[in-house]
Design a protein around this ligand. Structure first.
Ligand code: DC
Length: 237
């Protein structure tokens, strides 16, 4: 069966993944899947259930009973956890940390991997995260790896949180970004890693539009080169 492309966007927090995958998805009329939101939802559920992030069995059981959905409402993308809109609740600094912790767990990753492949395998999708081009869809037709200096990423994250009315300090946010980078990069299972065949874009001194134009050009070139793409299953974990 002929299908549209699978596009992977990976990179550390604050590199511009979320904004750019949304913009690129709108430009191509593709579906955007924010895989970080899935780990954040697991983190929120674990927090609410009082589960220790080191408790493998409890996390495994928790994951098996979760329903995570992406819902489009009035141009807005929402994340629903067990029938509840948690789009706001998963975006706090506390949930960033919880997401990073639960995402290091093998059972959690296995469950999310299955969900992400099921959501993306028909193509016409952009998945953004940390391990999309390396683990989830290693044969994605287009892979981007976005990066930016820790200072710039901290500045962006801080602005984002302040825009939401949270009282956060710049230095502390930069420190948290660095801590999360270290945790996401040094973990055993599916760490943050640049795929060998990824197009790397350093967004530190670029505007969103500049990055977007570069990405659109890469996709156009790949589309031409790939010709019709046929569905085949990714396998293994
Ligand atoms: O992109 P984000 O900040 O919303 O992601 C939250 C956490 O989830 C991040 O610290 C690492 C984890 N994550 C992951 O391990 N794998 C992914 N594909 C996406 C996110």
């Amino acid at each position: 069966m002929k299908r549209e492309l699978i596009i992977a966007i990976d990179g550390p927090s604050g590199s511009g993944k979320s904004t750019l995958s949304r913009r690129l998805a709108a430009a191509l009329d593709y579906t955007n899947i924010d895989t970080g939101a899935m780990y954040r939802s697991v983190g929120l559920a674990a927090h609410r259930a009082g589960i220790d992030t080191g408790d493998d069995r409890a996390l495994n059981t928790l994951c098996a009973g979760l329903s995570i959905e992406f819902v489009r409402k009035d141009e807005e993308e929402q994340v629903w956890l067990n029938g509840e809109d948690v789009s706001e609740a998963i975006r706090t600094p506390e949930m960033s940390l919880m997401a990073s912790r639960v995402s290091a767990n093998a059972a959690v990753r296995k469950t999310m991997l299955g969900l992400q492949r099921a959501l993306g395998e028909r193509g016409g999708v952009i998945l953004e995260g940390r391990d999309i081009g390396t683990v989830v869809f290693p044969r994605a037709e287009v892979k981007f790896f976005l990066k930016a200096s820790a200072r710039e990423r901290g500045r962006r994250r801080c602005q984002e949180l302040r825009d939401k009315g949270l009282d956060v300090s710049l230095e502390q946010t930069i420190e948290e970004v660095k801590q999360r980078d270290a945790a996401d990069t040094n973990r055993l299972h599916a760490p943050l890693l640049q795929a060998e065949d990824a197009v790397v874009i350093d967004t530190t001194a670029m505007t969103i539009d500049q990055v977007l134009q570069q990405m659109i050009a890469v996709v156009a070139e790949r589309r031409q080169r790939a010709g019709p793409v046929f569905t085949r299953k990714e396998s293994g974990s």
